[in-house]
Write a protein that binds this ligand. Structure first.
Ligand code: ATP
Ligand code: MG
Length: 239
């Protein structure tokens, strides 16, 4: 049975879609079968982060409505083997996790759920996930919202959660006399890793390519290390 990893944050714009896509690519490089599901129905953009802009012909709304099979709705990555996007419908479907998740975990090693900001959608998918990755930046708003997200997810049955600190800037931390430990303490979750602020993220989006097909350094290297950790390898945290 595959593992379901929910990527959430509370605050919008922390890097959930970037994270879901990059980890999906990195897990696929490790030889795993991976599906990345866009749970952000209204503002979907996971396809962009995977370099699959507007490639999906069908979405999981079509699967749930019986208009196509799950196989028909899976869009394969161009660059990464055994990596598929399951695109979001335009209108929110009525339920569906109970139908989709068992089929996905039967066929994939990892299913990453890219949630929107806010807590409603993440709470709906939470009971079906094995692990939450809560993405936060080092600013106080992001920290507070991440702590609340972890609390709400636990109330919805998802108690296993890890913190991913994104957009880490040494210069910003130095100038505010803050540390990564401050973020870890205020969110109250175990750290799975941190990702540096890196212009390659925007560059990859602008060139329509997945970050990991363009870069081996910075954010891409950090995501590769986090994916190994998720996959059970012992990779020391770099601070
Ligand atoms: N490590 C990083 N370095 C630099 N820019 C980043 C990094 N991570 C994300 N970004 C940028 O931050 C913006 C938001 O990223 P992303 O869309 O992944 O966030 P999100 O949490 O999915 O947003 P939303 O809540 O709207 O779904 C994007 O412009 C992305 O390029
Ligand atoms: Mg997003």
């Amino acid at each position: 049975m595959g593992k379901v990893i929910l990527v959430a944050s509370g605050k919008g714009g922390t890097g959930k879609s970037t994270t879901a896509a990059a980890l999906a690519c990195a897990l696929s490089e490790l030889g795993r079968r991976v599906v990345c599901l866009d749970a952000d129905v209204e503002l979907r953009n996971l396809d962009l982060c995977l370099g699959l802009s507007d490639c999906a012909m069908m979405d999981y709304g079509d699967v749930l409505a019986g208009r196509c099979s799950l196989d028909d709705a899976l869009t394969p990555s161009r660059e990464f083997p055994s990596l598929f996007l399951l695109a979001a419908p335009v209108e929110p479907p009525e339920g569906g996790a109970e139908t989709l998740i068992p089929s996905l975990t039967e066929n994939f090693d990892y299913c990453l759920l890219d949630c929107p900001g806010g807590l409603n959608t993440a709470s709906q998918w939470a009971p079906w996930a094995d692990l939450a990755l809560v993405v936060a930046a080092t600013d106080p708003c992001s920290q507070r919202d991440a702590a609340r997200a972890a609390q709400v997810l636990a109330e919805h049955g998802l108690e296993k959660a890890r913190l991913l600190i994104n957009r880490v800037s040494r210069r910003f931390l130095r100038s505010t006399e803050a540390t990564l430990d401050d973020t870890i303490d205020s969110v109250g979750l175990q750290l799975i890793g941190y990702v540096p602020e890196d212009q390659s993220v925007a560059y990859a989006l602008a060139s329509g390519k997945p970050l990991l097909s363009l870069s081996r350094r910075g954010a891409a290297a950090a995501y590769r290390r986090i994916a190994k950790r998720l996959d059970g390898q012992s990779v020391p945290l770099r601070r």
